[in-house]
Design a protein around this ligand. Structure first.
Ligand code: BES
Ligand code: ZN
Ligand code: ZN
Length: 493
């Protein structure tokens, strides 16, 4: 798929579908005359005021070589935000796909009184278009929608020159998001830990990342007791994937850790049907981390980045760990298993212990579909940020606002640690109260971060969109790739 920025002679360019973004009560003087004439005509219609979602289509209008031209409303210019632009562009792409077209042209609007800068407008439109241009139909014989081959943003010659690098960057980031989505949407029978590791490694290799995969045997030798306790019930062997991006001259190191449960049945504390339904998505943290590393390598990000992904399947069997079992984690703490369905924190405990000791990062961020409690607290569109580091909380929530991968800081009250106490072991993987489960899970993880700078992001609600979103097909959302890329960029600069 090609996203491009082009300056054309409007009287000559052949277009199957041209979309003109239009604001309410705005001045159209910046538009080329044949476009301005169309917008003026649209504004005379009762059904078109330029309000968000307003849309009129003209067929083969005069002065253009376009089969269809749509005016698409954005609302009032001074209230314009990035998300509204993404949604508008996504609508244009979906409508073009619905018409079985291969190419879409969108006019890059100049909106004078908008709070957004021209590059921000471009970025949001390009993102919305690129992210919406995705269908997950790998497993269907009959493909009823095909992504567009070309999305062309029409700009002036000056803009084409000025924004070329930005456009390429956006395309790479959106490809990263789509990659994560595909991994999350892939069914668990096709992404057992070994298979997923191989798939991630093949993409990582292409972009020059260093790859290290610890096998089950090595994990046993190194005593990853918590991770192995989860994996024991499954016939699929676990592994720990590490991707490394180490550009010359980089001084700081960011560690990213992603929960990679390739299927979460709950283990012996078997989940009920409806709760188990979507549990192929329980590796979305790992998918986001892998795709972020691949994206960073392609963008030549100037910082050391390490991505660590424990890949494990959580299944019940005669070998599965039981409630009441006491296991020994990699860092030596004993853990009483209160519930085998609280498995994410177990694999993350060992992964965090190992990666923090080995890479001595300046900061660590982990992404995990960790708790249903986080979904209850924040819903399906906002992730939870758990950290005692205000700077990291700010970094992430700011990145979330910009990318619309929203996340909200949650409390980490020290006194809640008492709920994770065990009578018989150093700590328990389940809380003694049924409330505040996202917080107690985060507090559990914090015990394995060795007092280093760390933030945990609970993406249980945001990782998977059963019904899809404005610019996301149903399935994996790719949540985290844009957020992390933005946060890394902001922290690096
Ligand atoms: N993978 C789940 C959390 C989850 C729930 C992700 C809903 C996405 C949507 C996690 O492993 C889990 O089962 N957590 C339990 C913890 C409990 C047993 C302490 C939960 O949230 O119920
Ligand atoms: Zn679980
Ligand atoms: Zn889980």
């Amino acid at each position: 798929m090609a996203l491009s920025l082009k300056s054309v002679d409007l009287s000559r360019e052949k277009m199957a579908y041209l979309v003109i973004p239009v604001c309410e009560k705005a001045d159209d003087a910046a538009l080329a005359p044949p476009l301005a004439a169309l917008v003026e005509k649209a504004r005379t219609l009762n059904e078109f005021k330029g309000k968000k979602g307003d849309c009129v289509t003209f067929y083969e209008p005069e002065g253009l070589h376009a089969a269809r031209v749509a005016c698409s409303g954005l609302g009032e210019p001074d209230k314009l935000d990035r998300e509204c632009l993404r949604t508008m562009a996504a609508g244009a792409v979906k409508s073009a796909m619905g018409k079985k077209l291969t190419t879409l042209h969108i006019v890059l609007p100049k909106i004078k009184t908008s709070p957004l800068k021209p590059d921000e407008i471009l970025e949001a439109i390009a993102e919305g278009a690129c992210l919406a241009n995705h269908v997950f139909d790998k497993y269907k014989k009959e493909k009823n929608q095909t992504p567009l081959m070309q999305i062309i943003l029409l700009a002036t010659r000056g803009e084409v020159k000025k924004y070329q690098t930005l456009i390429d960057r956006i395309a790479v980031i959106c490809e990263g998001t789509r990659m994560a989505r595909e991994w999350v949407s892939t069914p668990s029978n096709e992404k057992a830990p070994g298979a997923l590791a191989a798939e991630i490694a093949s993409h990582a290799k292409k972009v020059g990342l260093s790859i290290e995969i610890l096998t089950e045997k090595e994990l046993k030798q190194k005593k990853f007791g918590a991770l192995l306790a989860v994996s024991n019930g499954s016939d699929q062997k676990p592994c720990l994937v590490t991707l490394m991006h180490a550009p010359r001259g980089a001084k700081k190191t960011i560690l990213l850790v992603g929960k990679g449960i390739t299927f979460d049945s709950g283990g012996l504390n078997l989940k009920q049907g409806p709760n188990m339904d979507m549990m192929k998505m329980d590796m979305a943290g790992a998918a986001a981390v892998a795709a972020t590393l691949i994206t960073a390598a392609r963008l030549r990000t100037k910082i050391n980045l390490i991505g660590v992904m424990p890949l494990v399947e959580n299944m019940p069997s005669g070998k599965a760990c039981r409630p009441g079992d006491i296991i020994k984690s990699l860092d030596g703490k004993t853990i009483e298993i209160g519930n085998t369905d609280a498995e994410g924190r177990l694999i993350l405990a060992d992964a965090l212990t190992w990666a923090i000791a080995r890479f001595k990062p300046d900061i660590t961020l982990d992404l995990a579909t960790l708790t249903g409690a986080c979904v209850a607290a924040l819903g399906e569109r906002i992730a939870g940020i758990f950290t005692t580091d205000d700077e990291l909380a700010d970094l992430l929530s700011t990145a979330g606002q910009k990318t619309h991968e929203r996340c909200w800081p949650m409390p980490m009250p020290d006194d809640y640690r008492e709920f994770m106490k065990s009578e018989v072991a150093d700590i328990r993987n389940m809380s003694s109260t049924s409330y505040g489960g996202a917080i107690t899970a985060a507090l559990f993880l914090s015990e394995f971060t060795n007092n280093t700078r760390w933030a945990h992001i609970d993406i249980a609600g945001t990782a998977f969109l059963k019904n899809g979103g404005d610019y996301c097909p149903p399935g994996g959302s790719g949540y985290g790739v844009r957020l992390l890329t933005e946060a890394i960029t902001a922290w690096t600069n």
